[in-house]
Design a protein around this ligand. Structure first.
Ligand code: MF3
Ligand code: CO
Length: 251
């Protein structure tokens, strides 16, 4: 069952989203060669605490960290590690914040030091893919319209869209209905109604979309070792159009 949210619930999620966005903004200057995934984890935990919020991912289905820090060919659910990040790495920092019971979920990609041309293009295309998906999330459209917009754009740019991990409804709990694939057919799937809150979180690869799972049972990486990039927003469907609840400054 798809649970729609009231304007008041959406406003509370928007407040959580503002805090999450501010944390991502702080990471822009924090992430540089020499820092570790664990440094990011501890910095994020400190900022969440300062804002009176808690990390929803920690303890979620046994996940042990407040962030996922996925490096280069890691698609998602990378554990923050003690290893130093280096110039030319591409990292994805994913987190879910809980502010007074309201959740917001957003992943952002960062280049460590100056990006290579390949990384810059991959980041540009993935971010644009997210915006194409958001633009398709109009009242009256269907779930399939979102994935179709993303997949068509990404493949025309010569990259591929991950299939195994998808967006989701979000509310008092992290993963709710409906599922939001980042590929598929226009006009298919359930209709987007006012009050629906979902994540759109395309993972885009330079090579194959196929993934393999690490022995830790969490971390997915590209099967061919190619790079993977991700941007994610939590959005609400409103009469005025899609409202980005995790919008950052300068977006
Ligand atoms: N933030 C992720 C998402 O977009 C969820 C991470 S799963 C966790 O759905 F277990 F690592 F928290
Ligand atoms: Co996320």
């Amino acid at each position: 069952m798809i649970i729609l949210k009231s304007p008041r619930e959406i406003e509370a999620m928007d407040k959580a989203g503002d805090v999450l966005a501010a944390i991502h903004e702080s990471l822009r200057d924090f992430i540089k060669p020499g820092i570790t995934g664990m440094d990011i984890e501890e910095y994020v935990e400190k900022l969440m605490k300062q804002h009176g919020a808690t990390p929803e991912q920690k303890g979620y289905q046994g996940y042990e960290y407040s962030t996922c820090v996925s490096v280069n060919d890691e698609i998602c659910h990378g554990f923050p590690r003690e290893e130093q990040l280096k110039q030319g790495d591409l990292i994805k920092v994913d987190m879910v914040i809980n502010l007074n019971g309201s959740l917001a979920d957003s992943c952002w990609s960062y280049s460590v030091g100056e990006p290579t041309d390949e990384i810059q293009k991959l980041m540009d295309v993935t971010k644009e893919a997210l915006y194409k998906g958001i633009e398709a999330a109009q009242l009256g459209n269907r779930i399939g319209d979102i994935g179709h917009a993303i997949q068509t754009y990404v493949e025309a740019e010569g990259f591929s869209v991950v299939r195994e991990f998808i967006g989701h409804g979000i509310g008092p709990t992290l993963h709710e209905k409906p599922s939001v694939p980042h590929y598929g057919e226009a006009g298919k799937g359930s209709r987007l109604k006012e009050g629906l809150v979902i994540t759109i979180e395309p993972m885009v690869n330079t090579g194959t979309w196929r993934s393999k799972m690490d022995d830790n049972g969490w971390t997915a990486r590209t099967q061919d070792g190619g790079l993977s990039c991700q941007y994610e927003h939590t959005i609400a469907i409103t009469k005025e159009g899609p409202q980005i609840l995790t919008k950052q400054q300068g977006e």
